[in-house]
Design a protein around this ligand. Structure first.
Ligand SMILES: Cc1cc2nc3c(=O)[nH]c(=O)nc-3n(C[C@H](O)[C@H](O)[C@H](O)COP(=O)(O)OP(=O)(O)OC[C@H]3O[C@@H](n4cnc5c(N)ncnc54)[C@H](O)[C@@H]3O)c2cc1C
Ligand code: SF4
Length: 482
């Protein structure tokens, strides 16, 4: 089957029979819900641009399984060129959407499971690699969104899965049958789940033999019996219900996250990719995180938009010639390009795994994500500094449009005389959206915690830092023998 158009993608979502709740109510038709539409638009963009003559080079690739042209989001990386293409795609899509476009978490999950399953089979003679290969083929042929779900609710962080007071706080097998398994539990913070056809689950931490029932990886359709989605709410989300455009800041695009509950969900044998081989849970986590950390090049594209918005705010406020403002824009650019450099570097340094799939350089990927946990916050600070306090105190669009008082807003929110007040209001709302509104969910907190909180990267950097070799180098130069 050919790749889906934007319209075919949206139609395919309509055919899903999802169980979704938001604000305490069942949402019968998520595709047309004003809070969900911007996030669907962001994923739809990944379909739209795949057939756009200017972007198909960056958005598509030939499948190593069929040789057919597919969306890069559904590809298993076969070279460093593929890894670099992904980073460039991430930046471009961030520039066009200024939000989390959701589809990459699934690509990184497919890649991590694919290479790990191969190595599990080598050790245990299981058939997980065949299973994941067939699953990848299905996702490629139907041009599906397969979401990646790793993060369990985790309960008491000081305890392993099998020692939790409630055994369901990590997703687990509750029944083993001839034809498959039954799973129970939940995955948290699930990006873009309502816009996805499939969900691919993985364990969230390295595990010991007693955690056997928790060392599972599998995929099910998002509308499988027993799957329940409870939407997370975002800062300023109900502004999308007000019927105005300016106050939303980014009215076209957005992201969403949700709790996804697995209430005794059946998984057939051919959809299982790990089932009790506890020593491979750590490899799967490390590879998923490794792939996902440079995917945060998406934030570089979003950062480009924030730099542009800050420069426009400076123009509209009449401060664009001030040396300290120029310097702040330079600093924002430096921070943003530093993230990009490390995302590219870990991709250029990628290597083949035994399955043939390529994996990024883990050290550089962790350095990249560590940068991402810090720099967008600093960039947001500069953006708010340049914009001024009106970024958080501006009256609403309805006041601006009001016949009695609108002229006051027009008059007193004016910056540079030649710039319409409405333009200044729009840019202030965009900066608000990205630094403390619903866009900040993706640009800031997701930068901090997504693909692992800062300490997770520091642990990897410590492990890969090779301090003993470095001591030897210093001893050699200092001529210290022994
Ligand atoms: C917007 C957003 C989107 C996301 N999308 C996805 C997604 O699509 N798929 C997915 O699988 N995940 C997703 N995540 C989840 C993300 O990977 C987690 O948020 C992250 O791993 C941190 O887990 P947590 O939120 O449970 O925080 P916690 O693990 O509770 O971390 C809070 C703090 O506690 C510390 N801590 C945690 N455990 C320990 C411990 N044992 N010892 C010492 N300190 C500890 C951490 O270092 C951190 O400082 C998303 C997160 C966000 C915010
Ligand atoms: S945060 Fe970035 S990498 Fe993660 S799913 Fe969203 S767009 Fe993709």
């Amino acid at each position: 089957m050919a790749m889906k158009t934007r319209e075919e993608y949206i139609d395919s979502l309509r055919k899903l029979n999802l169980t979704v709740y938001m604000f305490g109510e069942r949402i019968e038709n998520p595709v047309d819900h004003p809070i969900i539409i911007p996030s669907m638009n962001a994923v739809a963009l990944t379909y739209e641009l795949a057939s756009h003559p200017d972007y198909e080079n960056i958005m598509t690739v030939n499948s190593h399984l069929t040789g057919e042209k597919i969306n890069l989001f559904n590809h298993i990386f076969q070279s460093t060129d593929n890894l670099v293409q992904k980073v460039k795609r991430q930046r471009m899509l961030g520039q066009k959407s200024a939000c989390c476009f959701q589809r990459c978490v699934g690509q990184d999950a497919l890649n991590a499971v694919y290479s790990t399953a191969y190595e599990v089979d080598q050790k245990y003679g299981t058939s997980y690699f065949e299973n994941i290969k067939n699953y990848v083929l299905h996702v490629q042929k139907e041009d599906l969104v397969s979401d990646g779900a790793m993060t369990d609710p985790k309960g008491d962080r000081g305890l392993p899965p099998s020692k939790q007071a409630d055994p369901d706080l990590y997703l687990r097998v509750v029944e083993r049958r001839e034809d498959g398994i039954v799973v129970n539990g939940c995955k948290a913070h699930q990006t873009g789940i309502v816009n996805s056809h499939e969900v691919l689950c993985m364990p969230t931490i390295a595990m010991k033999p007693e955690d056997k029932d928790y060392a599972i990886s599998f995929a099910v359709p998002t509308d499988a019996p027993g799957v329940i989605i409870i939407m997370g709410r975002q800062s300023c989300d109900t502004r999308k219900l007000e019927g105005t455009e300016i106050d939303v800041g980014n009215s076209e695009y957005g992201g969403h996250e949700a709790l996804i509950i697995f209430d005794h969900v059946f998984v057939p044998n051919d959809r299982i990719f790990l089932n009790g081989e506890t020593e491979f849970a750590g490899m799967l986590v490390e590879r998923f995180a490794g792939h996902h950390r440079p995917s945060y090049a998406c934030k570089v594209g979003v950062g480009d938009v924030l730099i542009g918005a800050s420069a426009l705010a400076a123009d509209y406020n009449g401060i664009n010639k001030a040396a300290h403002i120029k310097d702040k824009l330079i600093e924002m650019t430096h921070l943003n390009e530093t993230i990009y450099s490390s995302a590219l570097a870990c991709s250029y340094e990628g290597v083949a795994t035994p399955s043939g799939a390529f994996l990024i350089d883990l050290m550089l990927a962790n350095v990249c994500k560590q940068n991402v946990t810090k720099f967008p916050y600093e960039m947001g600070r500069h953006a708010q500094d340049i914009a001024g306090g009106i970024v958080v105190t501006q009256p609403s669009e309805k006041d601006f449009r009001n016949e009695e008082i609108g002229h006051y807003v027009e008059k007193y929110l004016k910056g540079v005389a030649s710039v319409p007040t409405e333009h200044r209001m729009r840019i202030m709302r965009l900066i608000e959206n990205m630094t403390l509104g619903s866009g900040a969910v993706g640009y800031l907190t997701e930068s901090l915690h997504g693909a692992g909180s800062p300490q997770a990267q520091r642990i990897m950097i410590a492990r890969l830092g090779n301090f003993e070799d470095k001591k030897e180098m210093a001893k050699h130069i200092a001529k210290i023998k022994s």
